[in-house]
Design a protein around this ligand. Sequence first.
Ligand code: ZN
Length: 244
Amino acid sequence: MGRFRPIKQFRVSEEVLSQLKESILLGKFKSGEKLPSERELTEEFQVSRGVVREAIRALEITGFVILRQGPTGGAYVTDLSFDRVGDAFLDLFLSNKLSIPELADVRYFIEPETARLAALNAGEEDKKRLVEAQEAELLPVNETSARIIQFQKVHYIIAEACHNHFYEAIAKSMLRLTFKVVEAVDPDHEALHLPGEHNRVIAAVIGADPEAAKGEMQTHLKKFCKSLIAMETAYRQKSIGGRT
Ligand SMILES: [Zn+2]
């Protein structure tokens, strides 16, 4: 028996990858936040830019981050905490085993309940985040994916504020599928979702009025889900076109 443990020749990028994953899983980088830039990571880890790139790419493939282009681009942390559930749904959806009307039905069923629970359970921090997200909806955004993120934010916060992890996981999975559909179809966003459409839901949650929160979310989703269902044909055509 030797005096030392042999040093494993791990690939450096795997070590970088595992540290980044750990930071995400421990919540040091939260969903929707941007990871430090390639340059910053290169300096902090003291590795080459290629190694950092490889690790980020692996994070993207495993669904920990999404990469966005443009001036505010970078690696954005996805919503992972409970979200392996969502990956299974996404696979079924992409292989046409779940339809958009089915997705809309589940959202219409689940989210009024998450809103009701949020009105009962939201803490001060949740309420603060809702107000911030409400204000952020008014900021001009051109890029499709950024716009979807902007409008989904309130739905995500309500899912978290309901303080039931199963509801949260289901609601977030449905939001991710919705993101895929809307991103692929890239419809007329003005018609789909306007700033301020969440105001009544937010007011009811902040005002701790569970029945109003439920009702307002139903009203909001009735309109939104109708538009979502109308995207089915366009989505299937685009996704088939994109994959063959
Ligand atoms: Zn909405």
